[in-house]
Ligand binder design. Structure first.
Ligand SMILES: [Zn+2]
Ligand SMILES: [Zn+2]
Length: 200
């Protein structure tokens, strides 16, 4: 499911298996209906200031019906990732979805676990949700930024990081996103060595 283009994604100068087709270097901020556009614009600015690929804001309509989980009125994040990858059509390096819905995934024994975001690790898509990020309260944009950078980090192959305070730290279901977070030295270096994060 996530094999196509993954190896190429790790290196900006590598080409896809199809001869002559260069892997695009743009990230799509894929906005589902209902997403706060002011927040989405702020995320585009945050991405451009720290990451090297350019960013397009792309509208992808409603969350697809096949992702809906009626018992909890949630949308299955894994299905949203599949939907986003299908909507890419080879145009974007990554599809980074933003939803306002309550999203969830399976976590161990728990069939339906509410999450703030999910990303293939590595892969072509991630999704973040504002539902649990307390929209309209202080620090909302910074929380969304941390969430987006975390999930995008996964798509570039970064696992969870044991360094306290690192953006790639495992949230373990808690809200540990407050404040302006950054990548620890090791995670930052990995992304910079691959050419995806600006050197500051
Ligand atoms: Zn994670
Ligand atoms: Zn780290």
């Amino acid at each position: 499911m996530i094999s196509c283009g993954i190896v190429a994604d790790q290196n900006p100068i590598k080409k896809e298996a199809h001869p002559g087709k260069v892997v695009p270097r743009k990230i799509a901020l894929a906005i589902f209906n209902g997403t706060d556009t002011t927040m989405a614009n702020a995320m585009a600015v945050a991405l451009r200031s720290e990451w090297t690929p350019d960013v397009d804001i792309v509208r992808v309509g409603d969350e697809p019906a096949f992702a809906f989980y009626p018992p909890r009125k949630r949308w299955i994040a894994d299905s949203l990732l599949v939907f986003l990858e299908r909507n890419n059509g080879g145009r974007y390096l990554k599809m980074a979805g933003i939803s306002s819905r309550d999203i969830s995934t399976r976590k161990g024994e728990v069939e339906n676990w509410g999450v703030m975001g999910l990303g293939f690790c590595p892969g072509g898509a991630c999704v973040v949700s504002s539902f649990r990020a307390k929209p309209g309260t202080q620090g909302f944009l910074l929380r969304m930024r941390s969430l987006l950078f975390h999930e995008l980090g996964h798509t570039f192959g970064l696992p969870h990081c044991p360094s306290m305070g690192c953006i790639m730290e495992d949230a373990k279901g808690k809200m540990t996103l407050d404040g302006e977070k950054s990548f620890c030295y090791a995670c930052r270096k990995r992304l910079q060595d691959m050419g995806w994060l600006r050197i500051r």
